[in-house]
Design a protein around this ligand. Structure first.
Ligand SMILES: Nc1ncnc2c1ncn2[C@@H]1O[C@H](COP(=O)(O)OP(=O)(O)OP(=O)(O)O)[C@@H](O)[C@H]1O
Ligand SMILES: [Mg+2]
Length: 322
């Protein structure tokens, strides 16, 4: 296997893409700049994650992010939009999502009004011809991203919630970055968007889609990384409380019987809660009182009380056993 060092990748030359319009280039961003960008956007992640994002950008391939809930999949799209100071176009997937909601729709109401106006003025034939022009087209997120006059971030969120037919349609769009509208012809991307797809692995995605993407698995962060995230998002928490929160959450996640592990979102909510209670250390009684911020299923709270215990957790953290 050939291993490309980050230094080598950093030095990749800008390559002109023949299939695109004149004057369009692969996005140029160095690994170092991307790293700095994530930090200033308040998105804290490991170097391997940044390298994978970097490769997806350089190859102009969609980035497929899988991982448990609340680990920052959607947030990654928002962070990239902030880094490149561009628009974030979001397509939220759900069962039954189809081309009409994702790509384009004709504005039937406007067409009807135009027809009626035409009838009043007695010009039926001419109006018919005009009805399928851009004026009557309602752009949905995919078309909007393709037509945009600058590079945007297209976030196809929770793609695993859509049907497999929609997924097949999606990877056709994502492989060519062009769409065909029978009445208007083919519309090609002016700027290939930065595409992110997220999935909670509710169902297995097709090989076809995976083949077209750079794959990234986002897992829960380690203690040190989570400390950095809390520092970036809830700086009021202070050094000691921040470290204790990160260690406590890490310990809770290690329990195999807790089904819905606390995510980064819950860690941050917990930190904010503890700050608002004026805590500067974790105490058993406070852990017990605020447990519902961290664990949102009764079964998980019971497991916590039976197998971990608020006071025992406080002791463990104090004695640096976690
Ligand atoms: N790496 C990170 N750095 C800073 N904040 C983060 C990071 N990851 C997650 N967060 C915080 O956690 C919150 C939840 O993240 P996000 O909504 O992106 O999770 P998700 O993986 O998309 O979850 P779901 O699968 O439920 O949609 C974000 O709003 C952000 O505040
Ligand atoms: Mg999400």
């Amino acid at each position: 296997m050939v291993f490309f060092s980050p230094e080598f990748l950093y030095n990749i030359v800008i390559v002109k893409r023949a299939s695109l319009e004149k004057g369009q280039y692969f996005m140029f961003v160095s690994l170092e700049k991307l790293q700095k960008g994530f930090t200033s956007a308040g998105y804290i992640c490991d170097e391997e994650v940044i390298l994978t994002v970097y490769l997806a950008l350089r190859l102009e391939k969609p980035l497929l992010i899988e991982g448990p809930p609340g680990v920052g999949k959607t947030e990654m799209g928002k962070a990239l939009a902030r880094i490149f100071n561009t628009e974030l176009i979001r397509l939220q997937c759900y069962e039954g999502l189809d081309e009409n909601k994702a790509l384009y729709e004709w504005n039937y109401q406007k067409q009807l009004l135009q027809l009626q106006a035409g009838r009043v003025e007695g010009r039926y034939g001419r109006v018919d011809g005009d009805l399928f022009s851009r004026e009557y087209l309602l752009e949905r997120p995919l078309l909007k991203a393709i037509q945009s006059d600058r590079k945007v971030v297209l976030l196809v969120d929770e793609v695993d919630k859509s049907d497999s037919e929609f997924e097949a349609f999606l990877f056709e769009v994502l492989s060519d970055f062009q769409v065909s509208i029978p009445e208007l012809g083919t519309i090609r991307a002016r700027h290939i968007p930065i595409v992110l797809l997220t999935s909670n692995s509710e169902r297995e995605l097709s090989d076809g889609l995976k083949r077209r993407c750079v794959f990234l698995y986002l897992d829960f962060p380690g203690i040190e990384r989570e400390i950095e995230i809390i520092k970036a998002r809830v700086p009021q928490a202070g050094e000691r409380l921040t470290a204790e929160i990160a260690r406590a959450v890490h310990h809770i996640r290690q329990n195999q019987e807790i089904r819905k592990k606390p995510s980064i979102a819950e860690t941050l909510d917990w930190a904010r809660t503890l700050v608002s209670l004026n805590m500067d250390r974790l105490q058993g009684s406070t852990i017990e009182r605020t447990l519902n911020i961290l664990l949102k299923a009764r079964g998980d709270q019971r497991v916590f009380r039976e197998q971990i215990g608020a006071d025992a957790l406080e002791k463990k953290i104090r004695s640096s056993l976690v």
